[in-house]
Design a protein around this ligand. Structure first.
Ligand code: ADP
Length: 625
């Protein structure tokens, strides 16, 4: 069973602590012992040394007091003797109580006591003799058989000197002992310290190996895993906490690996599904990234544009889209603008094999949730068949209309002749039926005229010629055609021609047809007493606006957006007998002139139609339509 990290730390560090404790205790003991020794030396020997020293002083003084007395200075001498005797005795007592070096010091003190008592007795005897007596000299200097005061003085000095010496010697010995002890203690401590350092080194190495190495390995593995290398395993060194950490780490990495694999699989599946989905569409679909590289394209798009898909996540080459969709793709990628088309005018054609195909391009930017551009999706709705059908329908309508027109004209003529009673009188009932027939023939003829006009306008490459035309002249020409009807209806028809208006590039016949339709409507939808005003004006940008304004019934706002649609008629006004094609023709004509037509109206207040055309030579050639 491997040791836990905690246990290992405790087991490694505990001996260190114990060793430190032991060292501390030894150090303290040594210090305490040395202190005690120094104290003892001071206490035991130093006191004796000092006592002997002072005793000698007093002895010297007492000796000199005898010499003073011999010299005749009795009074001073006696006082000096007494005074120093007291001090001497005191120092002796100190020594007596401080005998440390047995038995020799005891013997010396005993001798000193005897000598001291003798010296005292001799001193008393000396001073008891009368001053100046010769016995005093003998007392002091002694005789060959008696040492005298001086002899005793010298003896005391010798003994006290001996006591001083042995005490001093003892001090030196104690000092040497203390020094030796200190040296031993120092050696011991140094050794212990060396052991401690070695042990510490061992413990450090052990901890580094068993704790830091796994931590470092785990850190390195974590860095690798952080950098995405999920196949990295952390080595498991032991079953301790670090080992468990490494195992947990490996478990986490396995989990992450699992997640990545499932996510990758999901992503791949999603991508395959997306590809399969767009592949199943017959229309060309492709997705470009913000750099213009093709990211996704279905087989139809690949065949049409000859693009190849990037392999294995490598970026494909930049795609240069064909001219008609280049700008829309650029706009989608750079300004996130949609390009959505719905009418045949916006169709583009590409050559596929040996046939031309017609498409309605739809280009949409792809944004992320933050609104940044991720790319653009391009869908080309294949409308080739519808275009052919439309063409077929237009041709059919044109043919049928053309074929109907001639017989209908003769029917109308016949009805007119009958109504003029040129071939015989009519009964009122017959007249009524014939009027009805004439009106229907007129209406049918107008419808046919309109259908033919539209077919002509919509026919591709119809060969239209534009020439500079005076707008006012065009207005007048159109007005003249409607004047009789206006007068019949009592509607005032005027042409405003104030100021100079530049010429416009126009196909005079077609523009007159468009203006005639507008004027016709204006007269139709204006009750008697109303007014229709035609005018032309030049704008600051050189464009020319032709307007047809009436004071008629107006158009409700909700119908305004539809008035230019084919066959649209404002509901509830079917009595007027229109076809719903007049304004569609106007729009076709105006757009062929690269112009615009707008309608402003309010019910009961009249209507204004405005045709804005580029000035002749000013704004590019109108479309060949
Ligand atoms: P229509 O042959 O019915 O006149 P148009 O396409 O010319 O067909 O006009 C479509 C519809 O717009 C008309 O049916 C009419 O209701 C409305 N309209 C056109 N011009 C005017 C006008 N000047 N005043 C009021 N309504 C108008």
């Amino acid at each position: 069973m491997a040791w836990s990290l905690r246990r290992r730390l405790i087991v490694s560090l505990a001996p260190l602590g114990i060793l430190l404790l032991v060292l501390g205790v030894i150090g303290l003991a040594v210090l305490f012992y040395m202190g005690g020794r120094i104290n003892a030396i001071l206490k035991e020997n130093y006191v004796s040394v000092q006592a002997m020293f002072l005793m000698n002083e007093h002895l010297e003084r007492m000796d000199s007091s005898f010499q003073f007395a011999l010299a005749g200075r009795e009074a001073d001498a006696r006082a000096q003797f007494e005074a120093n005797w007291a001090g001497f005795g005191q120092q002796f007592r100190v020594e007596e109580n401080n005998i440390t070096i047995l038995p020799i010091e005891q013997e010396l003190v005993d001798r000193l006591r005897v000598l001291k008592d003798d010296y005292r007795a001799r001193g008393e005897r000396f001073y008891a003799r009368p001053a100046g007596s010769p016995e005093r000299t003998t007392d002091y200097f002694g005789t060959p058989n008696d040492p005298g005061l001086l002899g005793r003085f010298l003896e005391i000095k010798t003994v006290s000197g001996e006591i001083l010496r042995i005490n001093q010697e003892n001090m030196f010995q104690a000092r040497d002992e203390a020094r030796a002890t200190a040296r031993t203690a120092l050696l011991g401590l140094g050794l212990a310290l060396a052991i401690l350092v070695v042990f510490l080194g061992g413990v450090t190495w052990y901890l580094l190996r068993t704790i830091l190495a796994p931590i470092r390995a785990t850190t390195l593995a974590a860095q690798d895993i952080g950098a995405g290398r999920l196949d990295r395993e952390v080595p498991v060194f032991a079953g301790d906490e670090l080992g468990r950490l490494a195992e947990t780490f490996n478990a986490m990495t396995r989990q992450l690996r699992g997640y990545r694999e499932t996510n990758l699989a999901r992503l791949l599946r999603a991508q395959r599904t997306a590809q399969a989905t767009i592949d199943s569409f017959p229309d060309p679909i492709l997705v470009v990234d913000p750099n213009g590289r093709v990211e996704l394209a279905n087989p139809a798009a690949r065949t049409l544009f000859g693009v190849t898909l990037p392999k294995d996540g490598q970026p494909g080459p930049v795609w240069h889209p064909p001219e008609p969709i280049r700008q829309p793709i650029h706009d989608a990628l750079n300004v996130q603008r949609d390009h959505l088309t719905e009418s045949f005018d916006q169709a583009v054609s590409f050559r596929l094999g040996d046939e031309d195909r017609v498409y309605l391009p739809q280009v949409r930017p792809i944004r992320d949730p933050d609104g940044d551009t991720l790319g653009a999706a391009v869908v080309l709705n294949d409308v080739t068949r519808f275009r052919l059908l439309d063409q077929f329908k237009s041709d059919l309508v044109a043919t049928v209309s053309h074929e109907l027109k001639t017989p209908l004209t003769s029917v109308r003529l016949a009805v007119h002749v009958l109504l003029e009673e040129a071939v015989g009188p009519l009964t009122p009932k017959q007249t009524e039926l014939l009027v009805d027939a004439r009106d229907n023939a007129e209406r049918l003829l107008r419808l046919i005229e309109h259908l033919l006009a539209l077919a002509r306008l919509q026919r591709p490459h119809g060969g239209t010629s534009f020439r500079p035309e005076d707008p006012v002249a065009l207005l007048r020409r159109a007005a003249d055609g409607a004047r009789a009807r206006a007068e019949d209806k009592h509607v005032e028809l005027t042409v405003n021609a104030d100021g100079a208006v530049p010429p416009v590039a126009a196909d005079a016949d077609r523009l007159t047809l468009a203006l005639s339709n507008l004027i016709d409507n204006a007269v139709t939808y204006t009750p008697a007493g109303g007014r229709v005003t035609l005018s032309a004006a030049a704008g600051p940008d050189g464009r020319v606006t032709l307007s047809v304004a009436d004071t008629g019934v107006g158009i409700p706002a909700e119908h305004l957006p539809h008035v230019f649609d084919k066959f649209f008629r404002v509901p509830g006004r079917s009595t007027e007998g229109g076809t719903g094609l007049g304004l569609a023709i106007v729009k076709e004509v105006v757009e062929a002139h690269r112009g615009e037509v707008t309608c402003a109206s309010a019910p009961g207040q009249g209507t204004v139609f405005r045709i804005t055309l580029p000035a002749s030579g000013g704004g590019g050639r109108p479309d060949e339509h």
